[in-house]
Design a protein around this ligand. Structure first.
Ligand SMILES: [Zn+2]
Length: 196
């Protein structure tokens, strides 16, 4: 007996469900955006202009934890955009792109427990959010600018396989559906019919 091949309903698929959170690539990704230790306290002595020394142990701990509570690049990017500002050091050179410019400077602030933004120097900011680096911050601003969105666009990783093989897979699927199959002795559908 010949019968048409039809795609299996998603509930009946016997294939093992994928567990993306267990993939090596995703574990590494989480580790890349995870804290590697406790935040380092500022030793710069700034009290005027920068307010590094006004931060309490609790402020530092909370800020560090808030940043690393989600080990995801995009969430941390949003966080960085909230507390950092790219600035042009010399306003006369305004035409230059502040992010692209080699002399780009950033302003860093940290929110304390009272909810005030305290301006801090770069070393304090990076020490508290270590292992975040200045390159990491520049990257966030570049992606933010290129994406023209409110959230920095993730450029690393992603579902490249879908883009690469998606069409091919659909074509194969369609081809299989055009085939006629003769029912085998062990056919699942026969077994199911017998049991229902
Ligand atoms: Zn400082």
């Amino acid at each position: 007996m010949e019968q048409n091949i039809t795609p299996v309903k998603s509930g009946n698929v016997r294939k093992r469900k994928s567990q993306p959170q267990q993939w090596k690539r995703n574990i590494e990704k989480r580790q890349r955006y995870s804290a590697k230790g406790l935040p380092v306290h500022p030793t710069c002595g700034h009290r005027v202009g920068y307010q590094c020394m006004l931060l309490t142990t609790r402020d530092i701990k909370d800020y560090h934890e808030a940043f690393y509570s989600t080990p995801e690049k995009s969430k941390q990017g949003t966080f960085i955009l909230k507390y950092c500002r790219a600035e042009i050091p010399n306003p006369k050179r305004k035409k230059k792109d502040p992010v692209k410019s080699k002399s780009a400077t950033f302003q860093y602030s940290i929110v304390n427990q009272a909810g005030n933004n305290l301006r801090v120097c770069r070393s304090t900011f990076l020490n508290i959010l270590a292992p975040l680096t200045k390159h990491g911050i520049i990257g966030v601003f570049k992606r933010f600018k290129n994406g023209k969105s409110h959230v920095p666009v993730e450029t690393r990783g992603g579902n490249h396989k879908e883009a690469k093989f998606g069409l091919k897979r659909d074509a194969v699927k369609n081809f299989i559906c055009t085939l006629k199959a003769s029912e085998s002795h062990y056919s699942l559908s026969t077994i199911r019919t017998e049991h229902t």
